[in-house]
Every structure is written in structure tokens, then in C-alpha cells.
Design a protein around this ligand. Structure first.
Ligand code: AMP
Length: 356
């Protein structure tokens, strides 16, 4: 892990008027560049083995310049050049995944948010410890497969994008499906509606939904479109499909805007608050955007199956604001909110609070 001290010294050397916001050219990059430009920052697109013509199609979201590289690890060789350009990197899901959390956390370049979160988020057991010790309900873990007494989701470790999960309704079904050569865990399958709520925690704002320090905002919410589970019911019952060799998968292909019933909002704020307050104690705080990925049951209980600790692709439908962020400021996207936070930190001389 790169030290806070080193990043702090680099930030001291930056010219506040020449700061450039950079991110990798995928995932939420259009929104991040668009927001950064609107806030008056210079922008840099990091293109790893990518063509960049797509940005010509969207001029308001096209970065001012590009940095081309053949691999994510090659970016480490460009560290000095990036520092000389006063670059602050905005991490997103694909950026961290492609670079790998291990390399990302050691990269000596100022990065928006708290890198310490990577350790707590990339390890499912540590993440569970964080969320449950905050007093937030997660799906139950079933330790002994022979005791499966309700539908479960078997998750292989390291499974990406929901590929490599399978559903079992009892022990025989589990036995038929399981691949014992891989590590896995068994989780209660929570039945309900899936809501992915996009929060933003600011340690430096003072007005709003206050926590013990700073303020918590809800900027938007989405539901993921997942292939093939979301549509496969049209072909027949799960049993029939299994016989034909079709198994459900949870691969994200898009995102739909969600507005939840208003009485759920205070409950989600309480959950967000608990997660942030606990993160202060465990690793110094989850800074900036994060997403609470949850299932709301028909009792209106909220069960959180994951927390993503940075901007998620589910924020992409809201580049012109959402039915929540519009009550904070019309037209506010998560990308724009990130740029605002950096601008405020520069103005108040508090960059060390939001950049690591
Ligand atoms: P994840 O990789 O943990 O984000 O999960 C991928 C997808 O699997 C989610 O978007 C949900 O559709 C589904 N999922 C994950 N955990 C559960 C659960 N405990 N109960 C029901 N569905 C789940």
C-alpha cells in the first residue's frame, strides 16, 4: 500500500489550477469526464489497448487528452509523467479490476477515495465482517450443505459478474451442481426486489444528512439487467430448462433506473450511515461514491448482499441527475459530484481528506 505521506507530498507539489482528472476509458468514463469538464477540470483518458474513436461520438464527454498503454501494469512506468501533469486518478470498477486491486493499491499516484477500502472490499469474508459488524443484515451463510433448508445461491470464489453462481433448492440439487475443485460458499437465496442504491459520502461537506463527521447523500438507484436469469422464465420452469441444459446466470448487461417507495428511503439512509460509521473505525472511512446492493423482501426488510466501494455503472442512466440528486442540485450526476468534491477539497485545502 502506498503511504499517505507519499501521496500527501505529491499533492503538495501540485498546482491547484492545473489539476487533471484521469480515468480508464470504459465503465463510467463518459460520466466522469463529462462531470470533470463541467466542473472546469482538465481531463485525461487512459486507453489501455483501446481505440478511442467512440469519444468523437460524444464530444461533451471526450477527454482533453489520451494516454495510450499496452497493459495496465505499463501504467506504473508513466507515474512520473502523470504526476508532472498534476493528475488525480478516479477509480471505477473496471479500472481496479483490470489493474488488479493489489497493483492499484500500491500505485504511487494520487487517487480519489480511500485506498484502504480495497482490502475490505475485495475479500468477501472481510466485507461480510465490515457490513454485519455495522449492524446491517446480509444473506445468511449456510456452513453445512446437508443443512440446506431453503433455496440457496452457491457462489464460487473469484466468480466475476455473477457468472459461476448456481441456485440449489435442496441438498441433492447442491450435490448435482457442485464442483468441489473450486472454493465456494453457500448463501441463502433472498427473494425480493433488487435495489442498488448509489450513495456519496463527503467528509468535508457540512450541510445535509449529517454523520458523526461529514454528510451522506443518496444520488440515485438502479436495478441491474441480468442475463439470462431475468428473462429465462419465459421459456418454462427452471426444472424443464435444467433438463434442456439451460442454467441461470447473473451477467450484468445494463441498468434500469429505480425510484423506491418513499418509506424505504430512511431505512436505506440508516444502512448507509451504519456502513460509513463502521468504516471510520475499521479503515479510516469509505470516501466518495459507494453502492449498497440489496434485496428488499415483501416484509420491506432490506438484505445487503454486497457493497461496491466506488462509482458503479448503475449511475450511468443519471448523467442529467435523478429523482434524488435533483433535490440536492438539478442535473447532478455521480461523475459531477466527484469533481465537485475534489474542487471543494482544493478550495478548502483538504485534499488529504478525500485523496489517498
Ligand atoms: P454479486 O456478484 O454478489 O454482485 O451477485 C450477482 C447477482 O446475483 C446479484 O446482482 C443478484 O441478482 C444475485 N444475488 C447475489 N446474492 C444473492 C442472494 N443472496 N439472493 C438472491 N440473489 C442474489
Amino acid at each position: 500500500m502506498v503511504s499517505k505521506d507519499r501521496i500527501s507530498k505529491i499533492l503538495d507539489s501540485y498546482d491547484p489550477k492545473k489539476i487533471t482528472l484521469a480515468t480508464a476509458c470504459s465503465h463510467t468514463s463518459l460520466q466522469i469526464f463529462h462531470g470533470a469538464k463541467e466542473a472546469g477540470f482538465k481531463t485525461l483518458g487512459i486507453a489501455v489497448q483501446q481505440k478511442t474513436k467512440i469519444y468523437d461520438a460524444f464530444p461533451a464527454a471526450k477527454p482533453d487528452e489520451f494516454l495510450f498503454a499496452d497493459s495496465y501494469s505499463e501504467l506504473l512506468d508513466h507515474t512520473d509523467e502523470l504526476i508532472s501533469r498534476n493528475v488525480i486518478v478516479i477509480p471505477h470498477g473496471s479500472f481496479v479490476e483490470y489493474m488488479t486491486p493489489r497493483i492499484f493499491e500500491g500505485w504511487g499516484i494520487p487517487t480519489f477515495g480511500n485506498r484502504m477500502v480495497l482490502e475490505w472490499e475485495s475479500d468477501r469474508e472481510k466485507e461480510r465482517n465490515w457490513i454485519t459488524s455495522a449492524g446491517v443484515r446480509m444473506p445468511e451463510i449456510i456452513e453445512d450443505a446437508q443443512k440446506i433448508d431453503r433455496p440457496v445461491l452457491v457462489k464460487y470464489h473469484g466468480a466475476k459478474g455473477g457468472r459461476g453462481f448456481f441456485i440449489a433448492k435442496d441438498y441433492p440439487e447442491f450435490k448435482m451442481g457442485i464442483d468441489h475443485t473450486k472454493k465456494f460458499h453457500i448463501q441463502e437465496y433472498v427473494v425480493g426486489t433488487r435495489y442498488y442504491v448509489h450513495f456519496f459520502y463527503s467528509p468535508i461537506r457540512t450541510e445535509g444528512y449529517r454523520l458523526s463527521k461529514g454528510v451522506l447523500e443518496v444520488l440515485s438507484a438502479d436495478r441491474r439487467d441480468e442475463s439470462n436469469i431475468d428473462e429465462m422464465y419465459k421459456l418454462g420452469s427452471a426444472e424443464e430448462l435444467k433438463r434442456l441444459g439451460f442454467f441461470p446466470s447473473f451477467v450484468v448487461t445494463g441498468n434500469l433506473p429505480i425510484v423506491m417507495r418513499e418509506s424505504l428511503l430512511p431505512k436505506f439512509f440508516e444502512i448507509g450511515e451504519k456502513i460509513v460509521e463502521r468504516s471510520f473505525k475499521l479503515f479510516g472511512g469509505i470516501i466518495g461514491p459507494f453502492c449498497v446492493e440489496s434485496i428488499v423482501t415483501d416484509n420491506l426488510d432490506i438484505v445487503v448482499f454486497e457493497v461496491s466501494a466506488r462509482i458503479v455503472a448503475g449511475t450511468n442512466p443519471f448523467i442529467n441527475g435523478s429523482p434524488y440528486s435533483d433535490y440536492i442540485e438539478p442535473g447532478l450526476s455521480t461523475g459531477k459530484r466527484i469533481a465537485q468534491e475534489i474542487k471543494l477539497a482544493v478550495k478548502k485545502g483538504l485534499m488529504n481528506e478525500v485523496i489517498s
